[in-house]
Write a protein that binds this ligand. Structure first.
Ligand SMILES: [Zn+2]
Length: 243
């Protein structure tokens, strides 16, 4: 199928409510075993922290895999943030930041975790993310799931995506902010709370009712379709850049 048709025709494999604005509003994606791949500690909260809190409030099985870790301080911050969201299952691959691309060690570790955990929903940095660690995390995640073929859910960190559904996180925005405040080392570099709040408020504005104050945006597709779209997007993007 052509990529544009895939984008337009992809049907979401969980209950969806068509909002008056024409956007798909999802209470939360449903899955028996949910895994979030985070290239860096804080990406999981920036991209899907509110939805993650919703999963935990509903007693879903959730595991977060952190790919990089340069300091013990950041690992402590991630553990503090997990205490706020309620996540118990944390896996640390402990790869060096900026060096994920082509890491055989990370691939082997991830293969092992995915074989044990068997996710049917896999959150990944969306294919429009440009950071090399974010791209490498996506590639490794898609490859490691080749036998399970779960539903892939792309989340946004530094490159806003074209969503095919939104999750209203208004009731969990305060909890998300508390989780972000645990990442003090990152807050000294960028105000990730302001960035994240602004993006979530922007997303909620598309729902056009005052009760929606914060929302997270995602693009989900079956595993095979997500791979096709990722490849096509990169061909398009590289040709656009003249690479
Ligand atoms: Zn990151």
């Amino acid at each position: 199928m052509q990529p544009l048709k895939l984008l337009l025709n992809s049907r979401l494999p969980f209950p969806v409510r068509r909002h008056l604005s024409g956007l798909n509003l999802v209470e939360r994606p449903l899955g028996k075993s949910i895994m979030i791949l985070a290239p860096h500690m804080d990406d999981e909260i920036i991209g899907c922290g509110g939805t993650l809190c919703k999963h935990m409030a509903a007693c879903d099985n959730v595991c977060v895999v952190y790919f990089t870790c340069d300091t013990a301080e950041r690992k402590k911050e991630a553990q503090k943030a997990a205490a706020v969201t309620g996540i118990k299952e944390l896996c640390f691959l402990d790869c060096k930041e900026g060096c994920l691309e082509g890491s055989r060690e990370a691939v082997a570790l991830l293969d092992d975790i995915i074989t044990r955990y068997k996710p049917d929903l896999l959150y990944v940095p969306h294919f429009t993310e440009e950071h090399p660690d974010h791209r490498a995390t996506l590639d490794m995640g898609l490859e490691a799931c080749r036998r399970l073929c779960p539903v892939i859910i792309g989340y946004e960190i530094w490159n806003p995506l074209v969503p095919n559904f939104l999750v209203d996180i208004s009731a969990f925005a305060e909890q998300k902010n508390r989780a972000l405040s645990c990442y003090q080392s990152q807050l000294t570099l960028h105000n990730i709370q302001n960035l994240s709040n602004a993006l979530n408020q922007y997303r909620a504005a598309f729902l056009k009712f005052a009760k929606y104050k914060y929302a997270e945006a995602f693009f989900a597709a079956p595993w095979q379709e997500y791979i096709t779209l990722t490849k096509q997007y990169r061909i398009f993007y590289n040709s656009f850049l003249g690479i």
